[in-house]
Design a protein around this ligand. Structure first.
Ligand SMILES: C[S@@+](CC[C@H](N)C(=O)[O-])C[C@H]1O[C@@H](n2cnc3c(N)ncnc32)[C@H](O)[C@@H]1O
Length: 260
């Protein structure tokens, strides 16, 4: 499942990401990021690795009609979904490592669950700092370590158990706070705060949870029908303890919010 290592998904997967993954896992972090960024009316904000645009939209509401929000992502499938949601936000197809803006342009630079996937993380943080005004604020969100994300870990172990694959550590690769701090310092940031927050993942059922992981993030074509059935059947058995009394799935998640 190499796709999840680079954070890239197919067009079909981008739609599944938006319909299921976003409400289950990611959307809930947007108000926290907007609050941590202290975004106010009239400001100019950039959302780097905007995906299908949830955070950019939340920022757009906060800046109002006099503000400006740019959403940047290097995946056209994600941007195509984002574009259907807002004509006010401007969407840009670009890599985080080379942002198509002049320096000192923005009041706020945001990046929610994207930094872990960048090939050049130091360069990407440098780019966010370059386009930020000197009095601007940077807010980054990354997953905490797998050890503090039991539901996400169980999903990873399931793939390992069924397909004998190595655990995909990429999404959690900045979960260790020392590594995160070292990265920020390498990027020239010394004045920062890291706060760890808890969220709740919610899916309709074990099958929809695991199916979303297979179709909403990794490549749709990666599993054939038999493999998918095997994965889902094993999940029903092995992950039953995440099922609520109503048959839904709920588990806590943990992520770091960096403000600088
Ligand atoms: C987990 S999604 C998060 C999307 C969005 N921020 C959210 O919270 O829903 C990660 C996003 O990072 C994007 N991405 C990965 N590498 C990138 C890069 N080098 N430059 C820009 N975007 C990148 C992917 O295309 C994907 O949309």
């Amino acid at each position: 499942m190499g796709e999840s290592t680079t954070g890239q998904v197919s067009d079909a997967a981008a739609r599944v990401y938006d319909a299921v993954y976003l409400p289950a896992l990611f959307q809930q972090w947007c108000p926290r990021v907007v609050a941590s960024a202290e975004i106010s009316a009239g400001q100019e904000v950039i959302d780097v690795a905007c995906g299908t645009g949830a955070l950019a939209l939340a920022a757009s509401e906060a800046v109002g009609a006099d503000g400006f929000v740019a959403g940047v992502d290097n995946n056209t499938g994600m941007l195509a979904v984002a574009a259907t949601k807002s004509a006010t936000v401007e969407w840009y197809h670009a890599g985080a490592e080379s942002l198509p803006f002049e320096q000192d342009r923005f009041d706020r630079a945001l990046c929610q669950f994207g930094l872990m996937y960048f090939k050049d993380r130091v360069g990407a943080i440098g780019e966010m700092m370059r386009v930020l005004r000197p009095d601007g604020r940077l807010v980054l969100v990354v997953w905490d370590e797998l050890a503090h994300n039991p539901g996400l870990a169980a999903e990873e172990y399931l793939w390992q158990q069924v397909f004998d694959e190595e655990i995909d550590e990429a999404p959690y690769s900045l979960g260790n706070k020392s590594i995160l701090e070292q990265l920020l310092r390498q990027a020239g940031i010394s004045d920062f705060r890291i706060e760890t927050h808890t969220g709740t993942a919610r899916y309709d059922s074990i099958r929809s949870w695991i199916h979303t992981g297979a179709a909403g993030w990794t490549d749709d074509d990666a599993l054939d029908a038999d493999e998918l059935e095997l994965l889902l059947d094993t999940a029903e058995r092995e992950l039953a303890h995440f099922r609520t009394a109503r048959g839904h799935v709920e588990f806590s998640t943990s992520a770091h919010i960096v403000t600088a």
